[in-house]
Ligand binder design. Structure first.
Ligand SMILES: *Cc1c(COP(=O)(O)O)cnc(C)c1O
Length: 364
């Protein structure tokens, strides 16, 4: 069986406890013991999201399913939504919103630069009836951390605050309640270090109110949070769809690892390892891409040195050294790399292995 050091934008190497938990004997999804594990998983998710929201659960599907769940539940045809767009995932939110029939107001920023939160607040002031403002916290396509805490001011308006935390949850500081986030989604295969397959989400009481006061039912039956909540959290546990039992075991275990290490310690570890990588890459001729002061520690983007064979070097890294890093997306293709240090992969030893391999390949 091939084993790799996964230093791309996800999946990361799962925590060993998450891998072991996946192999637990199967239980029926209505088994009281499984329901207990699900309840504990939701409680652990509240702790890592830093929220008391009752509606906090893992949606079946990858991070994009969580994104879609936010939009299909909160948006109705004809609603205005404001989206910060400075990378692939902001663009994806615009597309999902459009497919829900929303009028999308795009607030664009150059790739590699952070969004100014004031521009999003100004857009809301111009469109006070906007249903929501949506932003990506950690833009995995560009390595940028958007400053989102000031969007707490949306609490004083009727506009909801939706946040993509796929590459930030359990990696960098995140305060769902502290920042007044109304709807948040993430994914399991990035800093949570589980296999891809679940999307943790959390909805504030005012977001829930928005869902219950809809004028037309949620178009997606599978992602209808009212139905899902009755199944995973309601008193009667009405069958909706079969929970991905083994994935829930695995997520439960990974959250246990994170909480045992301590969430702040996990954030500090990601920062330390990201700083180490970013301090060493320039020695080999790489130039850090993301705006200084807004660089993610868990996903580093760097311009590759002049003359370096992008695909060739990445292939050698993978086949000779067992290390995966990713090329650039969109306009960055062939010009930049994306290097992840997420979850269990966020260790000094990963940086040592990658830098050693690169020095050998480049003859430095
Ligand atoms: C990976 C990612 C997604 C999409 O998640 P999938 O698991 O690939 O569906 C969404 N947003 C961000 C910021 C991501 O990094």
């Amino acid at each position: 069986m091939t084993d790799r050091l996964l230093m791309g934008p996800g999946p990361s190497n799962p925590y060993p406890d998450a891998v072991a938990a996946f192999g637990r004997p199967m239980l029926g999804h209505m088994d009281p013991e499984f329901i207990g594990i699900m309840d504990e998983t939701m409680d652990r998710l509240r702790q890592v999201f830093r929220t008391t929201n009752p509606l906090t659960l893992p949606v079946s599907g990858t991070g994009s399913a969580g994104m879609e769940a936010c939009f299909v539940n909160l948006v109705e045809c004809g609603d205005t939504v404001i989206v910060g767009a400075n990378g692939v995932f902001g663009d994806r939110m615009c597309e999902v919103a459009r497919r829900c029939g929303a009028e999308v107001v795009r607030i664009e920023e150059e790739w590699g630069r952070a969004l100014d939160p004031q521009r999003l607040l100004d857009a809301q002031a111009q469109h006070p009836h906007a249903r929501l403002v949506a932003v990506v916290h950690a833009e995995t396509s560009t390595g940028v951390r958007n400053e989102v805490a000031p969007l707490r001011a949306l609490q004083d308006t009727d506009t909801l605050f939706v946040l993509d935390t796929v590459t930030s949850l359990a990696g960098i500081p995140l305060e769902v309640d502290g920042w007044g986030v109304d709807a948040v989604y993430s994914g399991t295969q990035k800093c949570l270090s589980v296999a891809p397959g679940l999307s943790p989400v959390s909805f504030s009481p005012r977001a829930v109110e928005r869902i219950t006061s809809r004028t037309v039912p949620v178009q997606s039956w599978y992602l209808d949070l009212g139905l899902i909540a009755n199944y995973v959290a309601g008193a009667s546990r009405v069958y909706h769809h079969t929970a991905p039992v083994s994935m829930v075991y695995s997520l439960h275990a990974a959250l246990g690892v994170v909480l045992e290490e301590g969430l702040e310690n996990v954030w500090a570890r990601h920062q330390r390892v990201g700083d180490l990588l970013q301090s060493q890459l320039p020695e080999l001729g790489f130039t850090l891409l993301a705006e200084e002061g807004h660089r993610l520690p868990d996903l580093t983007t760097a311009w590759i040195p002049e003359g370096l064979d992008d695909a060739g070097v990445r292939r050698t890294l993978l086949t000779e050294y067992g290390i995966e890093v990713a090329g650039g997306l969109g306009a960055f293709a062939g010009k930049a790399w994306r290097i992840g240090c997420m979850g269990h992969t966020a260790r000094e030893r990963s940086v040592v292995a990658l830098m050693g391999a690169l020095r050998e390949i480049l003859g430095a």
